[in-house]
Design a binder for this molecule. Sequence first.
Ligand SMILES: NC(=O)c1ccc[n+]([C@@H]2O[C@H](COP(=O)([O-])OP(=O)(O)OC[C@H]3O[C@@H](n4cnc5c(N)ncnc54)[C@H](O)[C@@H]3O)[C@@H](O)[C@H]2O)c1
Ligand SMILES: O=C(O)C[C@H](O)C(=O)O
Length: 354
Amino acid sequence: MEPNSNERIARIAAHIHPPNIKEHASSSLTSFNCRAKGGSPGFKVAILGSSGGIGQPLSMLMKMNPLVSVLHLYDVVNTPGVTSDISHMDTSAVIRGFLGQKQLEDALTGMDLVIIPAGIPRKPGMTRDDLFNINAGIVKTLCEAIAKSCPKAIVNLISNPVNSTVPIAAEVFKRAGTYDPKKLLGVTMLDVVRANTFVAEVLGLDPRDVDVPVVGGHAGITILPLLSQVKPPSSFTPKEIEYLTDRIQNGGTEVVEAKAGAGSATLSMAYAAVKFADACLRALKGESGIIECAYVASQVTELPFFASKVRLGRDGVEEFLPLGPLSDYERESLEKAKKELATSVEKGISFTRQ
Ligand SMILES: NC(=O)c1ccc[n+]([C@@H]2O[C@H](COP(=O)([O-])OP(=O)(O)OC[C@H]3O[C@@H](n4cnc5c(N)ncnc54)[C@H](O)[C@@H]3O)[C@@H](O)[C@H]2O)c1
Ligand SMILES: O=C(O)C[C@H](O)C(=O)O
């Protein structure tokens, strides 16, 4: 039987003004069960670290994604506010907030896709590896919970240093007996987004018409743009190659320095994360021909993890695309990148053995 309008209003009022807002915090948001706006079919997505610089715009943009039916926002701070704010957007995804470790399992249960931007960002003068000591532990804890509550979910890992956090996540899942290498993807989309933008500037093109493969990893010289494979086919002078490679490899540092202590890239990262998550969801839905760069357990080189173009499907990574013909400059750069990557991968794996 349909509730009458007084019942509906009472229910909504109880949600907006819960009896004890401090104690209820996000659980009042979690348990509030109003009729789904639109109630569209779609995927269940959790964002871990949703109150942060990346987390907030990412949550907002995912609330706008028509492929998302349920959006869970989890953080150790501020989720009631962020959830309340975003819940007023008139898009169809149903949103729920979860605060603190006690609610982590509830946040993850039943999720199809988990996006992780939790962790501290760089300040000027720091490398991404300087974040390892704090972020390694955060990623480990979150992945242990994923293994328990949604072991079949696709994981998009953003937390730095990605070159090491993805191997950490893999080890955690292996120990839990839930590891599916096809479903764990380190997000390197921001490198591709930057490469497309900077190359388009040099070529005088619309960035939407440019496609630059970026392989290797996500830190300094491990970020290797393949400028010889730019689409549309383009040639660059040695000076342009040097300028573009340096700008793409140091795009993150450029933002960290400009923000002068207030963090690293958040808005462009949220944009890139949504672009990548959307590709994963379209692939989950069965759309074919979805090819993106990502840092994954890989067979493309001798390294156990490597970023390259992969074809995404219903099960995550379905095919590794070959690196293709490289220029002499790219071949040399690849050798240097592989050395650094090997160290970062080993560091991640060793962390889980402590
Ligand atoms: N992969 C990439 O291309 C890329 C790009 C930009 C930033 N990053 C990385 O993303 C991470 C987040 O950056 P940011 O600018 O959003 O930082 P931020 O400090 O603004 O936000 C991080 C959020 O994580 C939360 N958090 C901390 N510990 C947590 C835990 N145990 N569980 C859940 N949430 C937790 C914090 O409360 C905070 O809200 C950093 O490590 C940064 O280096 C990666
Ligand atoms: O540079 C950083 O520390 C953040 C991120 O990895 C980026 O590339 O912007």
